[in-house]
Design a protein around this ligand. Structure first.
Ligand code: ADP
Ligand code: ASP
Ligand code: MG
Length: 472
């Protein structure tokens, strides 16, 4: 059995939903042929229609600013878009029921927004309630559309099926409880040979308070559900042909990487390859479930397969990625750096404020770290300042070159750094595993650095041997 996750562009409009249904139908037929009458699934996990999560967060911001009329006008607009997309549901009775469900969701949202608008305050908890609506709505539409096409589906409420902690906007799944909840809410659907359709991104605490897994979290939902139920494959259907050698929005003509290891994929996802939410791979690794990235506009393309091991590639690098919006924190203490316990004390501050650090470099008198989630940074800086000098620099980016070839060729690190030329490097790090080389630059230098790296290591034709060395 497989889990199939469809991202925002893959459910954006009627044409996208028609493609989705053809893809699900083909999977169901393939499963039936392989497994005979006992075939189960697939399980379908969907994102909100493209752009809807941003719009809903905008509605929450309007409510927080007291602009109730504006927020409600935005909601009515969104309601209309969902009604239009619902025309994809060809069966009159099913569509009428669906439109009733959508109307009820929007009526509830209007009530919430009106109340928040009076209070002029939107806590992360209420942001989650509002943002979650995108996936609740899209999954209802997809379930209805499949049913209308004779593909027996059942809508599953992710707030009942995925149990998380209470860290709003970045909730962590509770695996044992989620497995138990899936046995109650999804397993019977599968046993009845129906297709469970659920919204990604969304969960709820044990007490039933709605949470979300963080932006782009629908990939993670698919992996959570897949690992809890022990499926054979997790498919991520999106708008590109797979994991590419770099970000197609920045470099020219990136190529598809046909096969990549879990370790490489997590590094790339963590350091900016948006095609995969950074946490997606963890549950797949835990149960050794292959992940496939596929293009819903070109369903027959091979995509990218992600597994524990991959065949050795001649290419020294697999891909390069960049993560923007990073802050560098420099912590200097001439007195204490070499003293025992200093680093422990320093990191315990980040730990206490639940602020993860990504890249770390040290010199004799200072430690530099990068922080991606700067929400609690002011408090961290204040506390660090009691025993060290602290300075922060925003608008930085982490660039990460990933490839198992980095382990094989000791000259690779130098070649990677040489390729970025005169772009100033703020921090450089290569970890013990040597699967990646990571460096920090100014955000505005990202296009130059990525393009230079990509031209050097991935150009489809051999450039000068002295620059590019050997290439697969
Ligand atoms: P979805 O809505 O399907 O989840 P996302 O927008 O979250 O899709 O992710 C897909 C996008 O990720 C692509 O359209 C592409 O612009 C971007 N992207 C960035 N880096 C990479 C990469 N290395 N490989 C593939 N896509 C990438
Ligand atoms: N809709 C959510 C977002 O835009 C989750 C996702 O698409 O994966 O972040
Ligand atoms: Mg995504």
């Amino acid at each position: 059995m497989v889990v199939m996750k469809f991202g925002g562009t893959s459910v954006a409009d009627r044409a996208a939903l028609d493609r989705l249904m053809a893809i699900v139908r083909a999977q169901r037929q393939a499963d039936a042929q392989q497994e005979g009458g006992d075939a189960r699934g697939p399980i379908v996990v969907v994102s909100a229609l493209s752009g809807v999560t941003d719009r809903l967060l905008g509605v929450a911001a309007q409510a927080g600013a007291g602009d109730i009329d504006g927020a409600i006008a935005s909601l009515r607009d969104l309601h209309q878009r969902h009604v239009t997309v619902s025309e994809v549901v060809t069966d009159e009775a099913i569509r009428t029921a669906l439109l009733g469900d959508l109307a009820a969701e929007f009526a509830e949202l209007e009530r919430v927004v009106a109340a928040l608008g009076v209070l002029r305050e939107v806590s992360p908890r209420w942001m989650d309630t509002i943002a979650a609506a995108g996936e609740i709505l899209s999954s209802r539409i997809v379930a209805a559309a499949l049913n209308a096409q004779g593909l027996p589906a059942a809508w599953v409420d992710s707030r009942l099926a995925v149990v998380t902690d209470g860290e709003h906007q970045a909730a962590a799944p509770q695996f044992p409880e989620t497995t138990a909840a899936l046995m109650i809410h999804v397993d019977p659907v599968l046993a009845a040979h129906r297709i469970p359709v659920m919204g990604g991104f969304v969960g709820a605490t044990r007490d039933g308070v709605t949470t979300t897994l963080g932006r782009g979290g629908s990939d993670y939902s698919a992996a959570i559900v897949g690992s809890c139920l022990g499926v054979g494959e997790i498919q991520i259907w999106t708008d590109v042909d797979g994991m590419l050698t770099s970000d197609p929005r920045i470099v020219d003509e990136p190529q598809v990487v046909p096969h990549i290891s879990f370790a490489e994929a997590s590094e790339l996802a963590y350091f900016g390859a948006k095609v995969l939410h950074p946490a997606t791979i963890q549950p797949a690794v835990a149960r050794n479930i292959p992940v496939r990235i596929l293009n819903s506009r070109r369903a027959n393309a091979r995509g990218t397969l992600i597994t524990a091991e991959r065949p050795v590639s001649e290419r020294p690098l697999t891909a390069v990625a960049a993560k923007k919006g990073v802050t560098v924190v420099d912590i200097t203490s001439t007195r204490m750096l070499m003293a025992h316990g200093f680093l422990g004390r320093l990191f315990s501050v980040f730990d206490r404020y639940r602020t993860p650090v990504d890249v770390v470099t040290t010199s004799e008198v200072s430690v530099s770290v990068t922080v991606d989630d700067a929400r609690r940074l002011p408090a961290v800086v204040e506390e660090l300042s009691s025993f060290a000098e602290v300075s922060c620099e925003g608008q930085m980016a982490i660039v990460c070159a990933v490839g198992d070839g980095l382990q094989r060729d000791p000259a690779m690190a130098a070649r990677v750094l040489a390729a970025v030329g005169d772009v100033p490097l703020r921090m450089v790090s290569q970890a013990a595993g040597r699967r990646n080389i990571t460096f920090v630059i100014r955000e505005r230098d990202v296009p130059t650095a990525l393009s230079r790296l990509h031209e050097t290591f991935f150009a489809p034709y051999p450039v000068s041997a002295s620059v590019a060395g050997t290439r697969g």
